[in-house]
Design a protein around this ligand. Structure first.
Ligand code: PLP
Length: 299
């Protein structure tokens, strides 16, 4: 498949308050965000023209930026509106939405107190891919570990934290796996390179406590869906030694949605009833209008 580079497409990108033609949405090579990873971003999905859990994503974007000492020069309402505006301007219904915040070019050193904070929002078509979903994906075990929260700003969706994700995913792909399961600095199960993880143990849904990795929005939604289905949800430290005992495993995230896992480094799983239930419920939920989503989760 020919790759269409992301800087050479048709459309509009929202950049620092205005819509600009796609190919003109540029930043200078001497940008602090590029050299020193002073950047945070979001990954959102629009379904049938509505951005799922938009306000939560926007709030997380602001929180991620604040953790890195960056004040976004817009309100959350303005960013919500800009996200919706950019989806509409590109004529999209089912799409990925990528807001990104970074420090600009005023200062080129570790310290960048007076740098301007930039914001851009891009979107591109991302149709749902449901063919063969229940077949599941294969994960390798990553060598890189999610860091201690005193070693990195782990509660922020910060660009720099993805460095070990890319390394881990590349290593897994080189061995024929689709993704990698990452442990944390203590050797406990954390998440994959771009999604949270759930296990079924004895008919209950278990997931690691997110104390040094992203507490995903999908993760929280899936926990609500499970409880609505009378499935007991347990958040706790999970050790890799426990993995052979799991009967089902799934990844959840904005991109992954609910993705069954059929192997972790040689250990084989068969996606089952709980995975299917959560996958179907999530798929229905994301296509509801935002008011109905909240009603359904509250019910
Ligand atoms: C590292 C990582 N963990 C977890 C998630 C899941 O988060 P969310 O459900 O908010 O998309 C993501 C993003 O999708 C991620 O990049």
């Amino acid at each position: 498949m020919a790759l269409v580079p992301f800087d050479d497409r048709d459309g509009q990108i929202w950049q620092d308050g205005v819509m600009v033609p796609w190919r003109e949405a540029r930043l200078h090579v001497l940008s602090h965000g590029l050299h020193y990873a002073s950047g945070v971003f979001e990954g959102e999905r629009a379904y049938a023209g509505n951005i799922f859990k938009l306000r939560m994503h926007t709030e997380r974007l602001f929180n991620s930026a604040r953790i890195l000492g960056m004040e976004i020069p817009y309100t959350t309402d303005e960013i919500d509106a800009a996200c919706m505006q950019v989806v509409a301007a590109n004529g999209l219904q089912d799409a990925y939405v990528r807001p990104v915040v970074w420090r600009g070019s005023e200062m080129m050193a570790v310290s960048a107190q007076n740098s301007r904070i930039h914001v851009a929002i891009a979107t591109w078509a991302w149709p749902a891919m449901f063919a063969d979903r229940m077949k599941g994906i294969r994960l390798d075990l990553a060598e890189w570990k999610r860091p201690h929260p005193e070693t990195a700003p782990t509660a922020s969706k910060a660009s720099g934290l993805y460095m070990i994700g890319t390394l881990s995913k590349h290593a897994a792909e080189a061995k024929g796996f689709q993704d990698a399961l990452m442990l944390d600095w203590r050797g406990r199960v954390a998440e994959s390179t771009g999604a949270n993880i759930f296990f079924v143990f004895d008919g209950e849904l278990h997931t690691p406590t997110p104390d040094c990795f992203l507490d995903g929005i999908t993760r929280r939604v899936v926990m609500q869906l499970a409880r609505r289905n009378q499935i007991k949800v347990v958040e706790r430290p999970i050790l890799p030694e426990e993995l052979p005992r799991a009967s089902e495993v799934m990844l959840v995230g904005t991109g992954a949605e609910v993705t069954p896992v059929r192997e972790i480094a040689g250990q084989v799983y068969t996606p089952g009833r709980i995975t299917q239930t959560l996958l179907d419920d999530y798929e229905k939920l994301v296509r509801m209008n935002p008011a109905d989503v909240e009603k359904r989760l509250a019910a």
